[in-house]
Design a protein around this ligand. Structure first.
Ligand code: SF4
Ligand code: SF4
Length: 408
């Protein structure tokens, strides 16, 4: 199918055509808006999770992938989701449709300045650029190893202790800042082995808690191929001096999660960042119940599905010199809660030939089966219940060391 996919241009569909958008993320919403702006109606959105939840997208009915079989093969499919592995892992779903498009040029050519345009204005360009990069890689049919993003953890410490933190900070009894020399060596090895990383995400815990986090931000902004360095903070610390200066780089976006009264320095941080010319956004969070380590009763098929539909199953994470496929796996293993699973982690602390490392990273990134950690994770998809964010606990949660279940 990849050979037939084309960039959508206005003449590719008429108002009489039936159009389905595949996927339901930000790019799908932007595509929906852009098609409507051309006077083209979207008949359906296809998304397994939103369909199961009975949702609609921008007023359009959402159907599950199984319903694609009943659509006319002449249907025009526009795909939002090549930046998302759960679709990239199922290309056969679209095999019977010869008219398959991505929407990069469409999005680039649409005026989103209207008040009803979807997605936060500060996020639109980033989403579209991500999408464009992933489409390009797909079209080139390349053997590129290009990561959509990399979570760079600069500390295990946080100024808050949220009982349901999906990065598992609530379990750290003795959190440590990352050894930045080790981190930088690991990053250099990683970058020498892959074709690029579109976006770095600097986080912890609370990244500003590490008094030298600016060194890492400086290193990441100096990586020529990386387009963005996003720094996630909870709004409790206002950085100063060299740390603050590192943020005043055009590639940097500081994302403040606004936890209301818990984000005690939110306004002071926002003022300081504005004064320094730092790009920043502040958002109220929505949380899913994804922050506990413990065995979850699932059949093998359910486990496979948990991994496949997980929205962070490609959020590659660098933590203490080791590379993991998702933040839960990273922190659960770093805490020692799970047994080391050699296929789930790549140790960047020891040197190895770049082509050998490239092969290991490619295998981990394109993995199609669940991680050991998935058996002990509640999952992160649209069916995971939402919960109250940032409920605080005074003490770390007790850590139970688990072993992989073998009774399936
Ligand atoms: S969710 Fe809470 S505990 Fe976790 S990193 Fe954010 S502020 Fe810290
Ligand atoms: S452990 Fe599995 S289900 Fe949990 S966040 Fe990671 S990939 Fe998703």
């Amino acid at each position: 199918m990849a050979g037939q996919i084309r960039d959508f241009t206005p003449g590719d569909a008429t108002p009489e055509d039936s159009i389905v958008i595949f996927g339901a993320g930000d790019v799908a919403q932007l595509t929906h808006y852009a098609l409507r702006a051309l006077g083209l109606d979207v008949a359906y959105v296809c998304d397994p999770l939103l369909a199961e939840a009975g949702g609609t997208l921008c007023g359009t009915e959402v159907i599950p992938p199984g319903a694609l079989a009943s659509l006319d093969p002449g249907t025009t499919c526009v795909i939002d989701a090549w930046d998302h592995t759960r679709y990239a892992r199922q290309p056969a779903l679209l095999d019977r449709f010869p008219r398959v498009h991505f929407s990069v040029s469409l999005l680039r050519g649409t005026d989103f300045s209207g008040p009803r345009a979807p997605v936060l204005p500060g996020e639109r360009e980033r989403r579209i650029t991500h999408y464009a990069n992933q489409c390009q890689a797909l079209l080139a049919r390349s053997a590129q190893v290009r990561l959509r993003s990399l979570d760079v953890v600069v500390t295990e410490a946080c100024t808050m202790r949220c009982v349901d933190c999906s990065n598992l900070m609530q379990y750290y009894a003795h959190p440590r800042h990352s050894d930045l020399d080790e981190l930088h060596t690991a990053l250099e090895r990683l970058m020498a082995a892959v074709d690029g990383v579109d976006e770095f995400r600097v986080l912890g815990g609370e990244p500003f808690a590490n008094p030298r986090f600016g060194r890492t931000v400086d290193l990441l902004t100096s990586v020529a191929e990386a387009e963005r360095v996003v720094v996630y903070t909870n709004g409790t610390i206002v950085p100063r001096d060299a740390n603050l200066a590192s943020l005043a780089h055009p590639k940097v976006l500081v994302k403040i999660t606004d936890y209301g009264g818990l984000s005690v320095r939110h306004d002071a941080l926002a003022e300081t960042l504005t004064r320094q010319g730092v790009n920043w956004l502040s958002q109220k969070p929505t949380w899913t119940d994804s922050g506990r380590i413990g065995p979850v009763e699932r059949t093998r098929a359910e486990l496979e599905r948990t991994f496949r539909d997980c929205c962070v199953n490609d959020l590659v994470t660098l933590l203490n010199g080791r590379l993991y496929l998702c933040p839960f796996s990273a922190n659960a293993m770093n805490l020692g809660a799970l047994p080391d699973a050699p296929d789930d982690v790549i140790d960047l602390r020891t040197e190895r030939p770049a082509d050998e490392l490239r092969e290991l990273i490619s295998t981990l990134y394109r993995r199609s089966g669940p991680l050991t950690a998935c058996s002990f994770c509640r999952g992160r998809d649209h069916t995971t219940p939402t919960i109250e964010p940032a409920v605080q606990v005074r003490r770390p949660l007790p850590l139970i060391v688990l072993s992989e279940r073998t009774d399936r």
